[in-house]
Design a protein around this ligand. Sequence first.
Ligand SMILES: [Cu+2]
Length: 184
Amino acid sequence: METSFASRLLIFAAAAGVAFVFAAPVPRAGAADDAKRAVAVLHPTAGHGARGVVHFTVNADGTLEVKSELSGLAPGVHAYHVHVYGDCSAPDGKSAGEHFAFASEDPSQHITGDLGELTADASGNARHTGRVERASGLDAIVGRAVVVHEHGNDPSQPPDGDAGARVACGVIGVAPAGPSQARR
Ligand SMILES: [Cu+2]
């Protein structure tokens, strides 16, 4: 009798489990699934003073709009990229790993993860608005990092562009949806 009760209980539990699975919404890989916007708040690496914010907005075709505002840079051109790991803990930013390659990038041909270049004025301030055509949505980049470099990209040096030291680093996170200055 006890065995029978136990097995009925098991069957009930299994049925409930199955019902739960079928009733559950489509499985989600993570909160980023629904993200329409993302943001990275950048902090300076050791010995540098660059900081700022990079906003990402996704278009229907998966391309990304990027809108960035930094301060504390050395005047001149600075490359910035998405790097693989969302870890800015190392004093030199190397914990963010190498460049992240967007879906259709060939690391032998492209400077991967490239977000463009920031041009800092004499006061060290830079604004940049651009579009990443090779991106495929936000899910692939949320949880990774944006790294700003000492120099601009050298196009002859894929995949990293030989842009020198990492002067700022910030982890990419989900940002609130809603009215966006970066959406147009
Ligand atoms: Cu980089």
